[in-house]
Design a protein around this ligand. Structure first.
Ligand code: QAP
Ligand code: CO
Length: 177
């Protein structure tokens, strides 16, 4: 198992549209395990392959308190949406920022599991919001896209600064200061 690096907004690679997965084999299943490890370690409740620079349609989610309800969706497609729900969202690709976003309250989604079997899921509340947020990633979309340009630009500038400082810290580890 390995922890994967997470891309941060405004990295252009987060804008890539992911393609459908054709072959579900052991190599892909090992990658899915790495995605779970990365998400649980963060810690986060959802991670899309796009965020770890793998541009295929795959997401992992676990919204449970005890982190023992993993959910993997391969080639997810939302077939039904209704209602409106406003929830505060965050994102591992936008660390430290949380804003309200409006999404569908109830959804039905079709996907494949890790064995390549098709299944259908209906969701509401946090799970419904999380699935919509993660599928957005696969289409190159981020929650900050729903905010005003002013808010989005503030977040962009702060994250560019933060990542610059992080890169400096890596070049000058505390032991050499
Ligand atoms: C998407 O996001 C989501 O800023 C998943 O410093 C979030 O797991 C959907 C995280 C909320 C619906 C509601 C964010 C971790 C995790 C941060 C996440 C951070 C550390 C975000
Ligand atoms: Co996200």
């Amino acid at each position: 198992m390995a922890k994967l690096d997470i891309l941060h907004f405004p990295d252009k690679r987060l804008r890539t549209k992911a393609v459908n997965i054709i072959t579900i084999d052991d190599k892909l299943r090992r990658f899915i395990d790495d995605m779970y490890e990365t998400m649980y370690d963060a810690p986060g409740i959802g991670l899309a392959a796009t965020q770890v620079n793998f541009h295929k349609r795959l997401i992992v989610i676990d919204i449970s308190e005890d982190k023992d309800e993993p959910l993997c969706l391969i080639n997810p497609v939302i077939t039904h949406k209704d209602g409106v729900e406003i929830m505060q969202e965050g994102c591992l690709s936008v660390p430290g920022f949380y804003e309200n976003v409006e999404r569908a309250e109830h959804i039905t989604v079709n996907a494949l599991n890790q064995q390549g079997e098709a299944f259908e899921l209906t969701a509401e509340g946090l799970l419904a919001v999380c699935i919509q947020h993660e599928i957005d990633h696969l289409d190159g979309k981020l929650f900050v896209d729903y905010l005003s340009p002013l808010k989005r630009n503030r977040i962009r500038k702060k994250l560019i600064q933060m990542d610059k400082e992080l890169a400096q810290q890596v070049k000058q580890p505390s032991s050499t200061l």
